[in-house]
Design a protein. Sequence first.
Length: 167
Amino acid sequence: MLYGGVSGADPTAGGAAKHDTDVTHVNGRTNVRQMGETKQMSVVDYLVLGDEPHLEANACTSCGALFFDRRNACAKCGKQSFEKRALSNSGIVRSYTIIHRAAPNVAVPYVSSVIELDGGGVVKGNLLEAGSDPEKIELGMKVKMTTFGCGVDEEGTEAVAFGFVPA
């Protein structure tokens, strides 16, 4: 399945990742950590792993606009100063689509959604544990972010992705 932008990720194959150790830093980002003998790495730079995983955006210090990617200037006001801002793990479904055709080895159907986060920010993420029956998915439905392992490389580092589940 496609979860949090990771093809082939299946959150039910091993359950959600546990977050019970210290965070390490790579390239100034909190996105790799050591869990006992298992190293974990987030699949996107804006997913911060740790005791309480969350998404993190670059916020314009002038107007507050939020961006997940690095920016030279704010697209809203043109200013060039940003600070990291932790985003809420809860929100509502703003839009969704049920995907029935995908690349080989990607299980279908799955639900791709746009989530409006409480307190600001909008992110694309797959809706997990909600099935694919449109009668059971509602615009405005409350959701919360979850993380899950979505693969392990040859060195034993687990890739961790995010998605959203009904709250």
